[in-house]
Design a protein around this ligand. Structure first.
Ligand code: UGA
Length: 434
């Protein structure tokens, strides 16, 4: 099939590449000339495991092309994906200006039947808005469907190629048939393509992300309470998670959720609720708890250093909002580092992928280390903010030798508490006995 993807951010690039992989002819459109040139020559603008192989293969096979011309893109595809940014507005709502501006152009430029697919995370009612903006100028038939994506950064290729479900909001049989044809190679295992109305599809995405953020946040509160009463959150987590109604996943406590999705989507749903005269009390609490959780280790560090972090050297392992990405948006590490800098600490930081992004934001306020061991040289404490695999089995003897004081503040509960005792570390984590 002929497919066009407008917007080559994270979602657009993964969507375009993975659709090309199953034999579709894909053109990706972006206004950024330099980025388009780079992609044409095979340079991939994001870090995402396994995407590079597919990207390269499909460019070489001519199934994946790039252009800055919206006109060319709109002529090519029968299905047009909108994968445009929907940034957070000042009031927390999703800013639809990119989506609606492009829709206006689509209305003016399309000359034959098209299915316009909302892939971006957009508030309930957006498909309707997109439809009426296009309809103002369109001289041919078209349909608008909502098809939210459920990709996780770091696992995006796998999530796209083997989805647990595909959600399609469509009230046109013609569009539904095309969407089913497009996605059938991805659900050979029998996983469902769920067809529903556009509004329900749009809300499914917000509800799913907000539920997952709530699940994590609930567990973070249980972890905080465990500390008060001397319980162990690891035990509680397993005890709860083995109930299949609860499930084991997304129950890991830590220093809060971050990224470009959960924080933005929870706030957008809260705001959308307000606009419809509905107060999402549970989301208000999730947002508040997560803000507190991101710096929950600060008072513990202050306690350890008797309120005097000034001049202390702290090693920080893990800066990305989660492992397997270089994305630092809303990363808890940022809040922790800002808090420590404010208290006069010197920070020696290391992350396997996110250092360039952190450098852009923090400039010379941090000491950038070459390796995880380089970061702990002379450190008065080690702080762990992201659970990259390489941090899981450190050489403890080397840490003892390099560090000034052997204390670890672990925001991701990477280690067994007893093991660290045996290794003679003071170990302070989340929701477990010290
Ligand atoms: C999330 C959803 O998981 C995807 O399904 C969705 O498509 C995506 O948002 C999106 O809307 O585009 P992502 O933001 O890539 O994906 O990251 P997650 O793996 O969901 O993690 C989000 C945050 O929750 C991270 O900061 C992570 O450290 C934290 N987390 C996750 C926990 O603190 N505990 C857990 O048990 C799981």
């Amino acid at each position: 099939m002929k497919i066009t993807v407008i917007g080559t951010g994270y979602v657009g690039l993964v969507t375009g590449t993975c659709l090309a992989e199953t034999g579709n002819e894909v053109i990706c459109v972006d206004i950024d000339q330099e980025k388009v040139e780079k992609m044409r020559s095979g340079v991939i603008p994001i870090y995402e495991p396994h995407l590079d192989i597919l990207f390269d293969r499909n460019i070489k096979a001519n199934r994946l092309q790039f252009t800055t011309s919206l006109e060319e893109g709109l002529q090519h595809g029968e299905i047009i994906f909108l994968a445009l940014p929907t940034p957070e507005d000042e009031d927390g709502s999703a800013d639809l200006s990119y989506v609606l501006n492009v829709s206006e152009e689509i209305g003016k430029k399309i000359k034959s039947y098209k299915v316009i697919v909302d892939k971006s995370t957009v508030p309930v009612g957006t498909a309707e808005k997109v439809y009426s903006v296009i309809a103002k100028n369109a001289s041919c038939e078209f349909d608008v469907v909502s098809n939210p994506e459920f990709l996780r950064e770091g696992f995006a290729v796998d999530d796209f190629m083997k989805p647990e479900r595909i959600v399609v909001g469509s009230s046109s049989d013609r569009a539904t048939v095309l969407m089913q044809k497009l996605y059938s190679p991805f659900v050979r295992s029998g996983n469902p393509i769920l067809i529903m109305d556009e509004k329900s599809a749009e809300l499914t995405k917000y509800a799913a992300n907000s539920f997952l953020a709530t699940k994590i946040t609930f567990m973070n509160e249980i972890a905080n309470y465990c500390e008060k009463v001397g319980a162990d959150v690891d035990k509680v987590r397993v005890g709860m998670g083995t109930d299949s109604r609860i499930g084991k996943r997304f129950l890991f406590p830590g220093i809060g959720y971050g990224g470009s999705c959960f924080p933005k989507d929870v706030k957008a749903l809260q705001k959308a609720g307000k606009d419809s005269n509905y107060d999402f009390k549970i989301l208000n609490a999730v947002i508040d708890v997560n803000v507190r959780q991101k710096t929950i280790l600060l008072p513990k560090m202050e306690g350890y250093f008797k309120d005097d972090l000034k001049g202390k050297t702290i090693a920080v392992w893990g800066l990305a909002f989660k492992p397997e990405t270089d994305d630092i948006r809303e990363a808890p590490a940022i809040d922790m580092m800002n808090g420590l800098l404010k208290r006069g600490a010197t920070l020696q930081v290391f992350d396997p992928e996110a250092m360039p992004n952190i450098k852009k934001q923090f400039g010379d306020t941090l000491q950038y280390s070459e390796s995880m061991y380089d970061a702990v040289k002379g450190a008065d404490a080690l702080l762990i903010c992201t659970e990259w695999s390489i941090f899981r089995t450190p050489d403890y003897a080397k840490l003892r030798e390099l560090m000034n004081d052997t204390v670890i503040f672990d925001g991701r509960n990477l280690y067994n508490v007893d093991d660290l005792k045996t290794e003679k570390f003071t170990y302070i984590s989340i929701g477990r006995k010290e």
